[in-house]
Design a protein around this ligand. Structure first.
Ligand code: ATP
Ligand code: MG
Length: 428
């Protein structure tokens, strides 16, 4: 099906015209008993996701549309910087994980034994797969640099999984890996990826702060984490109220109230945040672990400098809900709303609304059409819960004026618009 996205019509293969009576999901009146976070509560009640067990969710029709919109933004920006999309396996032989030491050092690695007593791991990140894969095609320095990425499911044996989509045991991630002849070339690309990440968050409508941290298990090299401030987040950060300085509190030798070490003007404030992405300098670790190198200009063997770049797509969906909601429900930013318009009919005769539903589709809008027979009050409550940014209401009152009423989800103002001017008005 066709979807209206950023002023272009994009084919994404998902049905983005839906009659609400035909949706197999329904909005739920009551809070799901075992969900503590706003994102999980609203997404469940609005019929976007369904929990199978802690940290594992099904994505339902509306939820999948939003997930795919975020995915598409990420894909566009990774393609724009030369990333080549691939899809690697999730089921891995234990041997590759033993080779890098991660079989014993990565505590979140899910391990599986087959009925023939063979060990396997489920992908939690894929350096172990991508390094041999890409290096098989790299003979000399002329074959570098290269960057490949994938978008898919990751599995982690997280101890605690109570933040809804923010911490899954199965979650949707973009992971990119780059290979370079030397540090300067890596640094050049690292900077490009950082900028692409900021662009992704901006397109979604989020402001991400960038923390600098040492790369932990991988190396002593610098890594950057992209943090969105939210009380549902599990990270504590310190940030400057004047400049862009930001650090993760766990590693910082500083505290709230300190003068900013970067600009010497601002004060550091403490905040809760969710890490929506990060970029790592992996150095030569993986090339060396697998003993996979390339020939430099003198024919001498060298190991590539690698980078890895993670971005939590399903976590982003949860973070968006944490940032954009009110007491009635979700308020989707236009860039990631499941559909553009929520068309609601409360007129006795459905004919005009039915016709509008068709017209809006042919004009390139994606539409959820509430033609159910529940009360007007219930329809408005459902609409506020689901959170589509623009509501188009057809009632006997508006029809008397040959009009419909338009209302933005994030405003109380309503506007009467003549039916024949609706498309023009919406496109403005
Ligand atoms: P965290 O500190 O939150 O556990 P991480 O440092 O383990 O994150 P990475 O291994 O770098 O994260 O993964 C890349 C991205 O994947 C993270 O920036 C985050 O957005 C997302 N991510 C990581 N773990 C989860 C999870 N359990 N559920 C959902 N998204 C996750
Ligand atoms: Mg983690």
């Amino acid at each position: 099906m066709i979807m209206w996205l950023f002023g272009e019509t994009v084919k994404i293969g998902y049905n983005s015209f839906m009659k609400q009576s035909e949706l197999f999901t329904k909005t739920l009146r009551h809070l799901p008993a075992d969900e503590e976070t706003i994102n999980a509560q609203f997404l469940t009640r609005a019929g976007f996701v369904d929990k199978l067990m802690a940290g594992v969710y099904s994505y339902l029709p509306l939820g999948l549309l939003t997930l795919k919109k975020i995915e598409m933004i990420v894909r566009e920006e990774m393609d724009a910087i030369g990333g080549q999309e691939i899809l690697m396996p999730i089921l891995h032989p234990a041997e590759i994980w033993k080779k890098t030491g991660a079989w014993t050092t990565v505590d979140v690695l899910f391990k599986i034994k087959s009925r023939t007593e063979k060990d396997y791991a489920l992908g939690q990140s894929e350096e172990e797969v991508v390094t041999p894969l890409v290096m098989a095609y790299v003979d000399t320095y002329k074959d570098l640099p290269k960057a490949v990425y994938q978008i898919g499911w990751k599995f982690r044996d997280e101890l605690r999984s109570k933040s809804g989509l923010l911490r899954g045991r199965e979650f949707y991630m973009k992971d990119m890996y780059s290979f370079h002849v030397d540090q300067p070339d890596f640094d050049r690309f690292y900077d490009i990826v950082k900028k692409a990440y900021l662009k992704i968050f901006e397109r979604i409508g989020l402001v991400a702060k960038v923390t600098e941290a040492s790369g932990g298990t991988f190396s002593q090299k610098i890594s950057y984490e992209f943090m969105v401030l939210t009380n549902a987040g599990e990270d504590n950060i310190l940030y400057c109220d004047v400049c862009e300085f930001c650090v993760n509190e766990d590693i910082a030798k500083r505290k709230s109230g300190d003068v900013c070490p970067k600009c010497n003007q601002g004060k550091l404030s403490q905040a809760k945040a969710s890490e929506v992405g990060n970029v790592f300098d992996l150095g030569q670790k993986y090339g060396k672990d697998f003993d996979l190198g390339f020939k430099d200009g003198n024919g001498k063997k060298q190991y590539p400098i690698m980078g890895c770049y993670g971005l939590g797509i399903s976590r982003l969906m949860g973070v968006v809900v944490e940032k954009f909601h009110d007491e009635k429900g979700i308020i989707w930013p236009k860039a990631v709303t499941p559909v553009d318009l929520h068309l609601i009919n409360i007129a006795k005769d459905r004919k005009i609304a039915d016709k509008l539903y068709e017209t809006l589709q042919t004009e390139g809008f994606s539409v959820l059409y509430d033609e159910t027979s529940v009360s007007a009050g219930e329809k408005f409550a459902n609409s506020d819960l689901i959170g589509i940014p623009t509501r188009v209401l057809v009632s006997d009152k508006t029809l008397k004026e040959d009009s419909v009423e338009i209302k933005a989800r994030n405003s109380d103002k309503t506007q009467l618009v003549k039916i024949k001017e609706l498309v023009k008005n919406l496109k403005q």
